[in-house]
Design a protein around this ligand. Structure first.
Ligand code: HAM
Length: 409
């Protein structure tokens, strides 16, 4: 038998119901905020991610599923949604026609990470890219939209961390200062941080191993006046609307961020980020578009579901249709199907099985009632309705089935 690929999963009910639930909650919140859905392809040219996600990131360095297609192009399965959305923004010429866009997406992402709890090779993200506004209000709104989705889905225990990474004016000097500081005790760094020092020194600050030790004494980011003003305004707009803490060591793992970054965290495991995002004012331009500021987030759906806990979704009251004889099958089928057409959840149709098996199936399916049709009933133009909860039975005339069933559910 050919088995599932390691790191990939089948998502079965009721898990699959939780996915639908969070997606519906998100769609509703996005629509209230005036966001439009964008559906971007799963596959892009690999260079898109190298240029945008960033070639210093773990994602590009070692986690991309890339391959050559028959035409000799090097493609990659998308590891995140932001690059594709920005590419679409540029290619569809939004900047000239309608520069401010709130674009949301729901889709699967692929990262060849070491599989472990909360870390999958294929996972779903619900994301928003708010492109075209440099205002602190856009940062605050983005964070609050994420909060509204988290709340609508029913996640209660989570914390929100925010930080400002500065801009091209103030960050390079800080980076230099930090590298100088870290080099003083280079040998004490973990292997990953030794690499990070070259590629992305800020990430040493949120390393799970070295971070806490380093961050306590390392030089702190000194934001320029405009970045300070921006960050203060973001905080003012968030105050009273969401509980958050400023974490000066929150740096995030992607290259494109400027100024505000944030993470929603639940639990204290290694994979505790249920969502993350931030401002990326330089990305549209660096990908070949005009200078357009932007901010966005992506939420990991699997992690959000784990954070909420498995609350069984409300199931619809179900009718199970049972036929007791070949001569009754056509009528039983007709009723089952006509109930569905009238928006009633009607299951059944296992007419080649005996009564006992059909009743067992009804029980497994969680049906509240069964409609039974045998030759006696057929002769009298009735169904027998069995209430599984009380065990009671009653007869219903064919012509009254819909109204009777409707009144029960
Ligand atoms: P990210 O932090 O790489 O950001 O991913 C966002 C979220 O996706 C994480 O917080 C986590 O919940 C989930 N996630 C990431 N990797 C995995 C995995 N292997 N298995 C399960 N869940 C995972 C981004 O992707 C940015 N595009 C966010 C953004 C949008 N920034 C601006 N706009």
């Amino acid at each position: 038998m050919t088995k599932l690929v390691r790191g990939f999963r089948d998502i079965l009910a009721p898990q699959s119901d939780y996915f639908t639930e969070i997606e519906s909650a998100a769609r509703r919140v996005f629509k209230l905020a005036g966001a439009d859905e964008i559906r971007i392809p799963t596959v892009e040219l690999k260079e898109l991610f190298v240029k945008s996600t960033g070639d210093t990131t773990d994602i590009v360095q070692k986690e991309m599923y890339s391959f050559e297609d028959a035409g000799g192009r090097t493609l990659a399965l998308r590891p995140e949604g932001t690059p594709g959305v920005v590419r679409a923004y540029i290619e569809n010429n939004f900047a000239a026609n309608s520069p401010v866009q709130k674009l949301f997406y729901i889709g699967n992402m692929f990262r060849a990470e070491r599989p472990q709890a909360g870390r999958y090779r294929e996972f779903e993200q619900i994301g928003l890219e708010y492109i075209g506004s440099a205002a602190p209000a856009a940062d605050a709104e983005t964070i609050l939209i994420l909060k509204d989705i988290v709340t609508a889905f029913g996640i209660k225990n989570y914390s929100v961390k925010i930080n400002s990474l500065g801009c091209p004016e103030c960050r390079p000097a800080y980076k230099q200062e930090l590298v100088k500081y870290l080099k003083k005790d280079f040998d004490a760094l973990c292997d990953k941080c030794k690499e990070r020092l070259e590629r992305n020194p800020l990430r040493v600050l949120d390393c799970k191993i070295d971070g806490p030790r380093i961050a306590a004494n390392a030089p702190k980011q000194k934001l320029c006046a405009t970045c300070v003003e921006h960050f203060e305004e973001v905080k003012n707009l968030l105050n009273g609307r969401i509980d958050y803490t400023v974490d000066e060591n929150l740096v995030r793992g992607l290259d494109y961020y400027t100024r505000t970054v944030f993470e929603f965290q639940a639990g204290d495991g290694a994979q505790n980020a249920i969502a993350g995002g931030g401002r990326y004012d330089g990305l549209v331009k660096s990908m070949g578009g005009p200078q357009v500021p932007a901010v966005g987030f992506a939420m990991g759906v699997e992690r959000a579901i784990a954070a909420r806990g498995e609350i069984a979704p409300k199931t619809e009251n179900k009718i199970f249709v049972i036929s007791l004889d070949k001569t009754c099958n056509a009528k039983a089928f007709e009723i089952m199907y006509s109930l569905r057409v009238k928006n009633i959840c009607a299951d059944g149709g296992l007419f080649d099985k005996n009564l006992k098996t059909q009743l067992k199936a009804a029980d497994k399916a969680g049906a509240a009632y069964a409609l039974l049709l045998g030759p006696d009933e057929l002769a009298k133009n009735i169904f027998t309705l069995r209430d599984f909860k009380t065990g009671s039975q009653k007869e219903i005339k064919f012509e009254n089935i819909y109204t009777e069933v409707k009144s029960l559910l």
